[in-house]
Write a protein that binds this ligand. Sequence first.
Ligand code: COA
Length: 260
Amino acid sequence: MPFENLLTELKDRILYVTINRESKLNALNRTTIAELHAAFADAFENPEVGGIIITGAGQKAFVAGADISEFAAGDGATGAELARLGQATVFDLIENGNKPVIAAINGFALGGGLELAMACHIRIASDNAKMGLPEVTLGLIPGYGGTQRLPLLVGKGKAFEMIMTADMITADEAFRCGLVNHVTAQENLLPKAGELMDKILSRAPLAVASAIRAINAGQKEGVNGFEAEIAEFGRCFDTADFKEGVKAFAEKRKPEFKGV
Ligand code: COA
């Protein structure tokens, strides 16, 4: 499907999604949000896609935030609807997807850009990347899940500081505080993300999907994460891949998982 603001390429079961508005530092406008929804919804359904790596075009920015030029005057209800729609159609969709998603942060990840990276399951940053939630400089707060996901990753104190000061942090600091999993030179960013994804794709896909659901369950209101884990553990027992995994271990060979 051709997109206006996204490039997509499927290579060896990995779908590479590149946000392609380089002249606006890949800022998320309405069209981009709608296209991200379409691309991820399709990728989660498409049996040829094993996992998704998302990055930004160019060497300067992953995504420099929601598109500020679209923040036209509107009332509280308009603002709430903007946040609700974005969260449901893109950010929650990605976090709760049935396939692994890695953010390859190739430069500025600010506001909605950092929120997008935080909705992904794993983050890798290039060493020039800068990250922050600068919304209070605009008289706003993060609206795409930033106040909820940042404390889970970096702790409440660091999240308060980052959100209230609006300061950016470097890739190294992001690594030290747990916001990103790895830091690499820019030219190694996509290879490193691909390598990590290849390893995940060599594991049992239904077990990986169960792990995503079980890990996320702990953060859902009214859901007992331990019970969710028990249910997902049981569900894995019903898969052919579980039988193959155990058999391969006993036979001292690599398992051949089929995703069933
Ligand atoms: N929304 C819309 N346009 C944006 C944008 C955003 N979030 N971030 C950058 N742009 C646009 C700029 O307006 C500029 O467009 P122009 O050339 O048509 O004027 C272009 O991208 C390049 O950005 P510029 O500010 O000139 O680059 P810089 O190197 O001087 O600064 C940043 C880089 C990231 C520090 C700066 O662009 C910035 O602070 N962006 C906004 C970050 C933000 O507050 N995000 C949260 C939004 S809720």
